[in-house]
Design a protein around this ligand. Structure first.
Ligand code: NAP
Length: 346
């Protein structure tokens, strides 16, 4: 059993990481920005209680110095997951970049000072392949880096934060660093407020978009991402390595088809029509999130998770299982409803 700190415990991935750690006998502390709203962390206590594990939560904000020394005290490992991941990009990129980069330095500095053995940082494919072009169908590996000068604010925040982490680790050889670079993380949500990435499935099941743009993703199940973090924490040889955790390209249209096959018979009306480029371009004039997607239309996300498979013994469940479990959890939490039910409620 090890004593582990998980930063950003309220997050979608962190909830599953905490569950994975407790299930495997580790003692967990989590950081949250504020403990004032018990509803935001209720699911975590429920999970810990159900597994008979230990969980305590402390306050720490990436933008502040306070709280981090207390958070890391007595910890052998830190899973650094906290980072701003808003559904819509802010007007000022510094709102993402600053807490991501400065916060990462704060977490690492406190960890080095406290004698933490290893930090496993949650980076992203955004730090690997965010600047891919329509023509760029080369398979990306851990050797690849996004160019921070050519990418959207969120991808820039992840790229610069991961760079800052490696640079800190190079200057502090006593502290081991391993990095996980997940693709688009989907899978069951544990509570109603979670998951920017899952909003893609929620929008499809809720028919919030009329048609499906030709966008490619490298999806991965949140439970597999949680396991990858634990494996990277436990495996001695993972120190100093980054690991891509994502499957091969899946088109938005394939995601819609799988959801339609599974949830269509239950009364959901999942859009299947392909969205023409002009429609996306027009929507992008009013919606900055859509505008950011324009560069990627028609481009597939080809990456290799072979290193994680080989070195960590990691594996991924099939994307259909992930999508079905995502949809079911959204329905169970009342975050999506079949059209039939909506009509009779009206
Ligand atoms: P999430 O649900 O939005 O979780 C983000 C967490 O970071 C939340 O706990 C949030 O706290 C915390 N946070 C944000 N700003 C903070 C600040 N200034 N100080 C302290 N905590 C702060 O997102 P997620 O999907 O679980 O993502 C977790 C990590 O995985 C992030 O580093 C993200 O970049 C990375 N990632 C996600 C995906 C994906 O598809 N989901 C893919 C690749 C990488 P609050 O609850 O207080 O806001």
């Amino acid at each position: 059993m090890s004593r582990v700190l998980v930063t950003g415990a309220t997050g979608f991935i962190a909830g599953h990481a905490i569950e994975e750690l407790i299930r495997n006998g580790h003692e967990v502390r989590g950081t949250v920005r504020s403990l004032r709203d018990p509803a935001r962390v209720e699911h975590l206590h429920r999970i810990a209680d159900a597994l008979g594990g230990h969980l305590d939560l402390v306050e720490a904000d990436l933008s502040r110095e306070t709280g981090w020394d207390e958070a890391v005290a007595g910890r052998e490992y830190v899973l650094h997951m906290a980072s701003p991941f808003p559904a819509t990009p802010p007007r000022d990129e510094a709102e993402l970049v600053r807490p991501a980069v400065d916060g990462t330095r704060r977490v690492l500095a406190a960890s080095a000072w406290a004698g933490v053995r290893r930090v496993v940082m949650t980076s992203s494919l955004a730090a690997v392949s965010a600047a891919r072009s329509r023509a760029g169908d080369r398979r990306r590996t851990e050797e690849d880096w996004s160019d921070p000068d050519r990418i959207a604010p969120y991808a820039k925040s992840k790229t610069l934060a991961e760079r800052a982490a490696w640079s800190f680790a190079a200057d502090h050889p006593g502290l081991e660093l391993a990095v996980i670079n997940p693709g688009l993380v989907l899978g069951p949500v544990q509570h109603a407020a979670s998951g920017t990435s899952v909003s893609l499935v929620r929008r499809l099941l809720g028919r919030e978009i009329p048609a499906v743009p030709e966008l490619g993703f490298a999806p991965v199940d949140v439970r597999d991402v949680a396991r990858a973090h634990r494996l990277a924490m436990e495996a001695p040889h993972a120190a100093g390595r980054r690991y891509i955790c994502a499957g091969d390209n899946v088109w938005f249209g394939d995601i819609a088809r799988i959801l339609d096959e599974e949830f269509g018979p239950q009364g959901y009306r999942v859009p299947r029509r392909r969205m023409p480029y002009w429609m996306l371009w027009t929507a992008g004039r009013f919606d900055r999130e859509v505008r950011l997607g324009l560069d990627f239309v028609g481009s597939a996300e080809h990456v290799s998770a072979e290193k994680a498979v080989r070195e960590l013994g990691w594996s991924m469940r099939p994307v259909r299982e992930t999508l079905v479990d995502t949809g079911r959890s959204l329905a169970e939490l009342g975050l999506v409803r079949p059209r039939r039910a909506e009509r009779s409620a009206a």
